[in-house]
Design a protein around this ligand. Structure first.
Ligand code: NAD
Length: 494
């Protein structure tokens, strides 16, 4: 059975079933439940995924436990080698990975390729860790040296969402693996296929069996990971509803936990904003990945007279070709949820400037770009995560009102301002309650080496998931104080 994904276009292509990956082998789950993995562009089943439970998690933990000592003993430079090789393998297989992501998730070829490139960037951060992880040492007292060593946590786990099947696992793996841990990944059951190739590439890159394991499934598998006492740390990326549950449940066993949740990102647009830059950038932010990304613009806060910019955004939105420039929605339930928000806003008096409802061919799950003007701040379309290619425009009179509206959101992932005034940009950057902010940038992802993470209900736990914070999350600092000779003039500290 070949696991090479053969697609070279959007044409429907089936793939192997997603089993569990334990100790370097593909194995079935202990019960026979499966779920269909559906290509959203065709609404057609391309594979099945096993739905695991606590016994499968226990098997993965046993494999990790057995493999861990050998991996922990390796110097960090040798562990880092795996990331260099993984990076090379991902580059060599970039077309295959791109099509695999596109088919299981529904995003376009260009968006899928960008995802692989961003995943590679995360692997590159892993390559740099052997140099970054040199920790301080100081003679803290006469004849007494204190130094820090970053030790692995041990067996750790990651739970990931549907919208970035490859990149989000790569937010976690480089730091966790180079840090000396054994990892158990629970991918989204909607998109478990890219990780099949990831597991194989990690093996080819030299990762010992048992150091990376995949448990496929849904809620039951996640609950088993949360409850397992041998797992010392767990990171989660997904909706706020589930992030809160996982954060509370995993902490019950004393794990360290970091859970990234949903978002409702605001873009503040003031009259002096550059027309073309703003129109293009706002459109790209709300329609990219069909709005199914936690950094997507969801609310545009229009300050004062910006009708010319709204008109230009509408023009750009109308030029977007469904299927070519804008990918599919992940499933039918999401199409219905997105449509419900648009219908509701319309019935509450908002004006639909560009209407994406009922578009696309009848096969597949589609919603076109949708621009809704005169949304009021208290409407669900202005407050709740829609997670589709929909931009709600809320009109306000001045910058203070705009900042107040942004800060009334329960979320705090991203926030941007469009302006040519340094003073306006500075005020917004100082006052909005969001962890990742942009000036004239609609998707202000802090690229490597900066850490990715929001505030408020967009994140539960401390620190960021990527960058140096990620390394700190998956490691524990041991402080070692040493003295090698009796000092003549010792003090109370030595
Ligand atoms: P989701 O919360 O439904 O699922 C995420 C993961 O949790 C999946 O692996 C799923 O199997 C598991 N899960 C689902 N229900 C569960 C339950 N009751 N108990 C335990 N585990 C459960 O999220 P999704 O729909 O896959 O992804 C979209 C969401 O993820 C959006 O809200 C988006 O904003 C968010 N997201 C956030 C970030 C971020 O960095 N903040 C990044 C990507 C996606």
């Amino acid at each position: 059975m070949s696991t090479i994904f053969s697609a070279k276009s959007y044409d429907f292509t089936s793939y192997v079933d997603a089993q569990n990956y334990i100790n370097g082998q593909w194995v079935s789950a202990q019960n026979s439940d499966t779920m269909d993995v559906i290509n959203p562009r065709h609404a057609q089943t391309m594979a099945k995924v096993v739905m695991s439970g606590a016994k499968d998690v226990a098997s993965a933990v046993e494999a990790a436990k057995a493999a861990l000592p050998g991996w922990q003993e390796m110097p960090i430079r040798e562990r880092g080698e795996v990331m260099y090789k993984l990076r090379q393998l991902m580059h060599e297989n970039i077309e295959e990975l791109t099509w695999l992501i596109s088919h299981e998730n529904g995003k376009t070829y260009a968006e899928s390729k960008a995802e692989v490139l961003k995943a590679i960037e995360c692997a590159e951060y892993g390559c740099s860790l052997p140099n970054l992880a040199a920790a301080p040492q100081l003679e803290v007292s006469r004849g007494v040296d204190c130094r820090i060593v970053y030790e692995s946590v041990g067996i750790v786990a990651g739970v990931t969402p549907f919208n970035f099947p490859l990149m989000v696992p790569l937010w976690m793996l480089p730091q966790a693996l180079v840090g000396g841990n054994a990892f158990i990944l629970k991918p989204s059951e909607q998109v478990p296929l890219s990780c099949i190739r990831l597991a194989e590439m990690l093996k080819e890159a030299g990762l010992p069996d048992g150091i990376f394991n995949i448990i496929n499934g849904g809620q039951e598998a996640v609950e088993a990971l949360c409850d397992n006492e041998d797992i010392g740390a767990l990171a989660f990326v997904g909706s706020t509803r589930v992030a809160k549950i996982v954060y509370g449940r995993a902490a019950q066993t004393g794990k360290r936990v970091l859970c990234l949740g949903g978002a409702k990102n605001h873009l503040i647009v003031v009259p002096d904003a550059d027309l073309e830059l703003t129109a293009q950038n706002v459109t790209a932010s709300y329609t990219g990945c069909a709005g199914q990304r936690c950094m997507a613009a969801s609310v545009m806060v229009a300050v004062g007279e910006v009708d010319h910019i709204v008109d230009a955004i509408a023009q750009h939105s109308k030029q977007i070709e469904l299927g070519k420039d804008l990918g599919a929605i992940v499933n039918q339930a999401s199409v219905e949820r997105i449509t419900r928000y648009i219908n509701e806003a319309e019935s509450q008096g908002a004006k639909i400037l560009v209407d994406g409802r009922g578009q696309g061919d009848e096969h597949g799950y589609w919603v076109g770009p949708t621009l809704i003007d005169h949304v009021k701040g208290d409407m669900p379309a202005a407050k709740e995560e829609i997670f589709g290619p929909v931009l709600s425009i809320v009109r306000v009179n001045n910058l203070d009102e705009a900042i107040e509206l942004e800060n009334s959101s329960a979320y705090g992932n991203a926030s941007s301002v469009y302006t040519t005034s340094g003073d306006v940009a500075r005020k917004v950057m100082n006052q909005v309650s969001a962890g990742m902010c942009g000036v004239n940038i609609g998707v202000p992802v802090p690229r490597e080496p900066f850490g990715f993470g929001g505030w408020n209900d967009s994140k539960f736990g401390h620190g960021n998931i990527t960058g140096w914070d990620g390394y700190r999350f998956w490691t524990r600092p041991r402080k070692i104080s040493s003295k090698w000779a009796l000092q003549k003039d010792t003090t109370w500290m030595s």
